[in-house]
Design a protein around this ligand. Structure first.
Ligand code: ARG
Length: 601
């Protein structure tokens, strides 16, 4: 597939200009090649944007060093009118041609798009062929089990990817696939009927959490009774439960139907709280029977091997072992369901690419499923992608329901909200409405959790550390949100002062002469490229790092350059405009992480 391209306006301008000069010297070159070649100089003292000359060496038959200096001389000799207004100066520095930009032009060309009413800066277009319609499946917890901190990593990651893909112009379908059948459900129902002592909570909202606890108890009890006379009895009941669920009637089936809703309600509430939306819900239970039928159809075609009634495929030539698809009792397995699910996704939604956000333990499972699909002649097998991510651990090690050191999601949320209210919002108790305090606490809790989960690359472990994640002076969601709120209130305070100069036309960007101002302008101009590479690499962490850097640069600027008491109204209003740009980019960047940006906190 052809790579999509986004070209930022600065690189586009510079490339077209450079191409004219290079072509005259006889090198074979294209705007495309040039655009990809730019990089950032190691320090602003050396220029704003650098063009490495290595790749021209071959076609020009000259050393990069020489090429850089010839290009610099040629550019210097041009009359001002023959140069793009964006270029102030070009200097050779070893094999690099370093450009100094006219920051007034940069402000007018790029930054003003942030301040326009319709914010065209955030409406990027990507050239190349049409972007493939993409489905992203994420947050697929099992019903009848506990929702815990670990689930938030998947939720935050999948949701941010949806937002990044949309921003970049992809048609996207978000989907979830809860596991609502299987042995874990049978265990839970077994305990519920035979051993449960505490009353079922009267409030519906509490029942999902209760069910999760029941599952943990069930699991424990069954382990304890292994090797005792009760073991075979338990096994028989579990088989009976699974059979009833399969047949779709009976006492256990009714209990399943009722209790399944408790878990689903808990999920829906969590999604609402987290501002996560699914376009499509698939369930394991609905693909179970059709998946068995599908495999039987292909069995007739002679695709699979059969042994003692069981059906599967030998994938050992691909180093993927044996993939079992039907057990000897005729029932399907997890992989079986995924085969039917994959087919449905492409057929029902006419998608062209299917991403599964699932933890790394299931890598072999997905490799097997995708391989079986390929063997079945499924044309889209190659368009299925497993996006694996690593675990969330507690500071004292891995979470496990057996160890009993799981942090249930509701506890996490309640604890976060409580800490935020006590640590940050107590001072506003009599100043803000209770509604605003509650909303802000909710939004900061989202910021802490999602940023904490997203700032680490998917393939690295996360150590969940609540105090760290809430720190307002470290790399955390609340720090970014707090920076945004501070800038917002500064703008509100200072804006009236510069209203007169702001109203009468162009923003005097040329007044921004400090290094910290330059650094901030260049950083802002980078935003879209960062977002695109976050999307291309499926790494929201790029956006996290960018926002953190932007906040730090703004702090440097703020310490050096007074906005409220600038030396002239022109400088003041340019700094005000710069601050507004930072606020908007922070808000937009946070929204790509699924994090709200409160106006004050
Ligand atoms: N419910 C499964 C689990 O909790 C994850 C499902 C992942 N998605 C899939 N299409 N298999 O382990």
């Amino acid at each position: 597939m052809q790579r999509q391209e986004y070209i930022d306006p600065i690189k586009k301008d510079l490339s077209h200009f450079l191409l004219g000069i290079i072509e005259k010297s006889g090198a074979a070159c294209s705007v495309d090649m040039l655009q990809k070649n730019f990089c950032a100089p190691p320090s602003l003292d050396l220029g704003h944007i650098a063009f490495p000359c290595f790749f021209l060496a071959k076609s020009l038959k000259k050393a990069p060093l020489q090429i850089a200096s010839t290009l610099a001389q040629t550019i210097a000799a041009l009359p001002a009118a023959a140069r793009p207004t964006l270029i102030k100066q070009a200097k050779a520095e070893g094999p690099y041609l370093n450009f100094y930009l006219d920051l007034k032009e940069l402000g007018t060309l790029v930054l003003e798009q942030i301040l326009q009413e319709d914010q065209t800066f955030f409406k990027i277009t990507i050239s190349g062929q049409a972007l493939p319609k993409t489905m992203i499946e994420f947050s697929q917890p099992n019903t009848h089990k506990e929702l815990h901190v670990g689930h938030m990593r998947n939720l935050a990651l999948g949701d941010s990817l949806i937002r990044l893909y949309r921003y970049c112009g992809f048609p996207v379908v978000s989907t979830t696939f809860p596991g609502d059948v299987g042995t874990h459900v049978a265990k839970c129902l077994w305990y519920l009927k035979h051993h449960q002592k505490e009353a079922i909570p009267t409030t519906m909202e509490k029942r999902g959490e209760f069910l999760g606890k029941i599952y943990t108890l069930a699991h424990k009890k069954l382990e304890e009774e292994l090797g005792t006379p009760l073991e075979s009895e338990n096994r028989e009941i579990l088989t009976q439960i699974l059979k009833e669920l399969h047949q779709g009637h009976g006492e256990y089936f009714n209990l399943w139907k009722e209790s399944r809703e408790w878990s689903l309600l808990q999920m829906r509430n969590l999604y609402k709280w987290s501002d996560v939306h699914f376009d499509q819900w698939y369930f394991e239970s609905e693909v179970d029977a059709p998946s068995v039928a599908l495999i039987k159809k292909y069995l007739e075609k002679g695709l699979f091997v059969q042994s003692e009634g069981a059906v599967g495929v030998d994938l050992s030539s691909d180093n993927l072992g044996f993939c079992l698809l039907l057990k000897s009792d005729g029932n399907g397995l997890y992989a079986t369901k995924d085969i039917e699910l994959a087919r449905r996704k492409f057929e029902e939604h006419k998608i062209e690419k299917s991403i599964y956000v699932v933890d790394v333990r299931q890598s072999l499972h997905f490799a097997q499923v995708f391989k079986v699909l390929e063997l079945m002649g499924f044309a889209h097998a190659k368009d299925c992608i497993h996006l694996a991510y690593d675990f969330v651990e507690l500071p004292d090690g891995a979470m496990s329901s057996r160890k009993g050191n799981i942090v249930p999601i509701q506890e996490l949320i309640d604890e976060m909200v409580k800490l935020i209210r006590n640590n940050y919002l107590l001072q506003y108790e009599n100043l803000w409405s209770e509604e605003e305090i509650a909303r802000t606490a909710h939004h900061v809790a989202i910021g802490a959790i999602k940023y904490g989960m997203l700032r680490i690359d998917p393939q690295r472990k996360i150590v969940f550390d609540l105090p760290e994640w809430l720190k307002i002076d470290g790399e955390s969601g609340p720090y970014i949100q707090y920076s945004h709120a501070r800038i917002s209130s500064l703008i509100e305070k200072v804006a009236p002062k510069y209203a007169a100069s702001a109203n009468n036309s162009a923003i005097p960007w040329e007044e921004l002469k400090e290094r910290s101002e330059e650094a901030l302008m260049l950083k802002l101009a980078d935003f879209n490229q960062v977002v695109i590479s976050a999307q291309e690499n499926n790494r929201p962490s790029f956006v996290c790092a960018y926002l953190y850097d932007l906040c730090k640069l703004y702090n440097n600027f703020y310490a050096e350059c007074s906005v409220a008491h600038a030396a002239s109204p022109e400088i003041g209003s340019a700094r005000l405009a710069l601050s507004k740009c930072v606020r908007e980019v922070l808000r937009e960047g946070l929204s790509l992480l699924g994090i709200p940006a409160p106006k004050r906190m």
